[in-house]
Design a protein around this ligand. Structure first.
Ligand code: PGA
Length: 255
């Protein structure tokens, strides 16, 4: 049984006051962590405050980190510091970082190794642009991204890796992949992990769907066999919606 993960990706939204208000509003109501893992990934300057105020059932994540432990990399954040202040998750290779900040499959792979070294749970993003989907090449594209991201990661480390399948055309557009499309792509990612390692290892890896997930569609997505949760952008900014999505996820824990 894979435990469902609901991760909010706040992107470059929320001031400190807004972030603390959110935590205050959700803390008491988050379902038991034994059932559903809930995570909020926030801008770096908010992380320390959020970690200090998180309840037992909420985990805090970063949205990016550097692949090196320290050095002359102005403006970057190290995994060592994230771990040191109590951050537990980190998004790696989000398509916005690949598109606007030059992240490549190679840098994603280095960051993934670094995150594991520091005991952070990486949420590794893969997903195809619209043109690739229209050409019918989604499977090959996502397989290659997955293989490159996971290169050199050992089978026994895979249990600590979370993958998010986020088709780029669905992010922030209001266009969600149908549950069937998302499940098919996620099955393909799981099979890819099975080929790299073995079916038992692949079976343990949590693979989320992301891209215009909201309170209306999260239920049908999570109901699918291979979808183990969601990476949620816009809809995670509201405490009410985040809690609603967690409670819907909770209804699917024994699917
Ligand atoms: P969205 O973003 O839910 O606003 O589409 C998802 C993401 O970018 O992770």
């Amino acid at each position: 049984m894979r435990k469902i993960v609901i991760a909010g990706n706040w992107k470059m939204f929320k001031t400190r006051d807004e972030a603390l208000q959110f935590i205050y509003n959700v803390n008491m109501e988050i379902p038991n962590r034994e059932m559903v893992e809930s995570v909020i990934c926030a801008q770096a300057p908010l992380l320390r405050d959020l970690v200090k105020r998180q309840g037992d059932n909420l985990r805090i994540g970063a949205q990016n980190m550097h692949e090196k432990s320290e050095g002359a990399f102005t403006g970057e954040v190290s995994a060592a510091l994230l771990e040191n202040i109590g951050v537990r998750y980190v998004i790696i290779g989000h398509s916005e970082r690949r598109e606007h900040f030059g992240e490549t499959d190679e840098s994603v792979n280095k960051k993934l190794h670094q995150a594991l070294r520091y005991g952070l749970t990486p949420i590794v993003c893969v997903g195809e642009p619209l043109a690739v989907r229209e050409k019918g090449e989604t499977d090959a594209y996502v397989e290659e991204q997955t293989e490159k991201a996971l290169s050199g990661v050992k089978a026994d480390e895979m249990e600590d890796v979370v993958i998010a399948y986020e088709p780029i055309w669905a992010i922030g557009t209001g266009k969600t992949a149908t549950p069937e499309m998302a499940d098919e792509a996620i099955k393909n990612i799981r099979q890819t992990i099975g080929r790299i390692h073995d079916a038992g290892t692949a079976d343990k890896v949590r693979i989320l769907y992301g891209g215009s997930v909201n309170t209306e569609n999260i239920g049908e997505l999570i109901a699918m066999e291979d979808i183990d949760g969601a990476l949620v952008g816009g809809a995670s900014l509201s405490a009410k919606n985040f809690l609603k999505m967690l409670s819907i996820a909770h209804e699917h824990i024994n699917k």
